[in-house]
Design a protein. Structure first.
Lengths: 116, 117
């Protein structure tokens, strides 16, 4: 099956620092990847759509300068939380669409960010 | 706009019994897809089953089946012969196929399933 790897799985950082989270499709190419944010016991909230070779499309209310997304290759998208603050603490999940499939998204394992 | 509604915040089922998780949806897209994902406590999202809006038959995948009633706009997940490992959060999701949807999914709020021994 299609595998999406997300790294790191857990990260703790100090307030004011930046954190980068990677999302890789290991055995397929993904021209489109998605970044979600999930609060405890809540649903997934789409943050942005990451398109290979072009700028990301952000959902309404998501700060572009706060959450930088780079999709530099067909297998890698990165989310950088800049100048992180405690309210940015959350579970971040990426997903990738496998070209040719019925549209199901394959998800990474998620990254739990804690900002002190 | 698309909307997914899961009205059951939590469900309990006895091991080896069947359980139905409810999902209703609303969309203006003539063509769409419906998905169910399982999220155990570890956090990963596991794809379970898919139903296309024009599929004539209800989707089945092992112990999972999707009770698709298009007129009622419902896509309930049926898990047969529940196992302890089925305890998890379950999300219903939809994807529209009109221009601009770009494969992104809209998720419901989820149902926490607990399987009792």
């Amino acid at each position: 099956g299609a595998v999406v790897s997300q790294h790191p799985s857990r990260v703790i950082c100090k307030s004011g620092t930046s954190v980068k989270i990677e999302c890789r499709s290991l055995d397929f190419q993904a021209t489109t990847m998605f970044w979600y944010r999930q609060f405890p016991k809540k649903s997934l909230m789409l943050m942005a759509t990451s398109n290979e070779g072009s700028k990301a499309t952000y959902e309404q209310g998501v700060e572009k300068d706060k959450f930088l997304i780079n999709h530099a290759s067909l297998t890698l998208s990165t989310l950088t939380v800049t100048s992180a603050h405690p309210e940015d603490s959350s579970f971040y999940i990426c997903s990738a669409h496998r070209t040719g499939g019925p549209g199901e998204l394959f998800f990474g394992e998620g990254s739990r960010l804690t900002v002190l | 706009a698309q909307k997914i509604t899961q009205t059951q915040p939590g469900m309990f089922v006895q091991e080896k019994e069947a359980v139905t998780l409810d999902c209703t949806y609303d969309t203006s897209d003539p063509s769409y897809g419906l998905f169910w994902y399982k999220q155990p406590s570890s956090g990963e999202m596991i794809f379970l089953i898919y139903q296309g809006s024009y599929d004539q038959q209800n989707a089945t995948e092992g112990r999972y089946s999707l009770n698709f009633q298009k007129a009622r706009k419902s896509a309930n997940l049926v898990i047969s012969a529940s196992q302890l490992g089925d305890s998890a959060m379950y999300f219903c999701a939809m994807r529209g196929y009109s221009g601009g949807s770009n494969y992104k999914l809209t998720f419901g709020k989820g149902t926490l399933l607990t399987v009792n021994p």
